[in-house]
Design a protein around this ligand. Structure first.
Ligand SMILES: Cc1cc2nc3c(=O)[nH]c(=O)nc-3n(C[C@H](O)[C@H](O)[C@H](O)COP(=O)(O)OP(=O)(O)OC[C@H]3O[C@@H](n4cnc5c(N)ncnc54)[C@H](O)[C@@H]3O)c2cc1C
Length: 415
């Protein structure tokens, strides 16, 4: 049995930053991490591109994680339990009880606040309608990444990748560097879900073809994969089967989306957003139960770890303040938006006229020449022109809260 001010579930970049945020507020934090080391998904991301915004350097994933691990290790307010799998969060009077298990058996942690920083898991083959047999040679992209980068294994020789999000793009390049032939990246949507820089650096620079509006319909092979069938899709994203063709290959990597690890709080009746598949939060990163915070990839899938760290640190700081002296949660207003915007994080802001608010959001498709605006009481209170915005890249807008008069509405003006 442990007692602390704030318990943080997950020791990835979000959890590490949250712990430093808790400490900054003068409270004590305990990180519970199921893995044998801290760092989350970054420990298997050996490519560079991390930390450009926060450290102004291009670090690899493990290097970026080391910076945060060093901060946590030198902080007396922060404790860590590794190899500890958390499986429930309950209310215990005004506090929370987090239950976990590790080699010592049952672990119970009583805390005044909880930060959920559990990240995401990959959608498996069962989550998409993939016809055909079930041979060896079908991997999720992150699983292949771990096998190659952490365990030093080879996953296959002739590879097809389904899904052009960042993980699919990065793995395409990684496999070529490992001596495999990547026959193509197939994407059901008409645009890639990945960052523009990854399309250039991972596909174009390595002559790997990207087939948009095309999907893998079924797989073939008995023991090992022998090939996949691909077909273009119509505007309803249904495969045009008359145009189906066979691509011989021994490996298929699926990079078809991430699912936030939200189940741990499933029984608490938290307000949920089906667009993000996660809980909604206010500007303190608190869910609809005050004191239960949520940030990082478990809140919404981020493309840049720098944003995850910034979000985690804020969530931790507010969780620490909540645990120490409570937070003013009066005058809560919903952030509304137009049809171009899929969701905003946070979804609620407190109309207390102090400080600045950073709103993150994603748009439904790619746009050229836009103005992103925030409106309140019929007046424009913030704007950011952009030459182009894409569905694959998280957008942000900074708002001076003293200008919020009546409501807060975000819109995209396409020029
Ligand atoms: C292949 C790939 C490439 C990427 N490339 C880049 C890049 O170039 N640049 C960039 O900025 N970002 C990149 N990212 C994104 C970045 O890595 C993520 O945004 C970031 O790791 C998310 O941090 P997180 O802490 O929210 O989640 P995670 O890193 O997933 O950490 C979550 C932690 O929670 C733990 N956990 C989960 N469930 C439990 C439980 N029940 N009990 C205890 N612990 C639990 C997990 O073990 C894990 O350690 C990439 C991501 C991937 C997958």
């Amino acid at each position: 049995m442990y007692k602390t001010d704030v318990v943080i579930i997950g020791g990835g970049p979000c959890g590490l930053a949250a712990a430093t945020g808790v400490s900054k507020s003068g409270a004590k934090a305990l990180i519970l991490e199921r893995d044998e080391r801290l760092g989350g998904i970054l420990t298997q991301c050996i490519h560079n591109g991390f930390g450009l915004h926060l450290f102004n350097e291009e670090l690899t994933g493990p290097e970026y994680a080391e910076r945060w691990k060093a901060r946590v290790a030198g902080d007396k307010n922060i404790s860590v339990l590794l190899n500890t799998f958390c499986y429930s969060i309950e209310r215990r009077g005004a506090d929370f009880l987090v239950t976990a298990s590790n080699a010592e058996g049952l672990v119970e942690v009583e805390a005044k606040a909880v930060v959920m920083a559990l990240g995401c898991r990959e959608k498996p083959a069962g989550a998409i309608s993939l016809g055909g047999t079930r041979p060896a040679g079908i991997f999720s992209a992150g699983c292949a990444q771990k096998l190659i980068n952490v365990e030093g294994r080879r996953v296959g020789n002739n590879v097809v990748i389904l899904g052009s999000g960042d993980i699919g793009l990065i793995m395409a390049r990684r496999l070529v560097c490992e001596g495999a032939k990547v026959l193509g990246v197939y994407e059901i949507m008409s645009n890639s879900g990945g960052l523009a820089r990854n399309i250039t650096q991972c596909l174009k620079d390595f002559n790997i073809p990207l087939y948009l509006s095309t999907t893998v319909t079924r797989v073939a092979g008995k023991k090992r994969l022998e090939g996949v069938y691909v077909a273009p899709v119509n505007e309803k994203l249904q495969p045009i089967l008359e145009l189906e063709k066979f691509i011989p290959c021994d490996t298929l990597l699926l990079s078809v989306g991430l699912l936030p690890e939200v189940e741990i709080a499933g029984g608490l009746g938290l307000e949920f957003n089906p667009v993000t598949n996660s809980y909604t939060v206010d500007e303190y990163y608190s869910t609809s139960i005050p004191g239960l915070f949520c940030a990082g990839n478990v809140l919404h899938v981020n493309d840049l770890v720098d944003n995850v760290s910034a979000e985690g640190e804020l969530a931790g700081e507010f969780a620490g303040k909540f645990a120490k002296s409570g937070l003013d949660m009066s005058n809560k207003i919903e952030i509304t938006h137009d049809e171009h915007i899929k969701y905003t994080a946070p979804k609620y802001v407190y109309n207390n006229h102090t400080g600045t608010l950073k709103v993150s959001f994603r748009v439904d498709k790619n746009y050229r020449r836009v103005i992103i605006r925030a409106m309140s009481g019929g007046a424009e209170i913030s704007k950011r022109p952009a030459p182009a915005i894409t569905a694959g890249e998280m957008q942000t807008l900074i708002i001076d809260k003293s200008k919020i008069i009546n409501g807060l509405h975000l819109e995209i003006d396409v020029l």
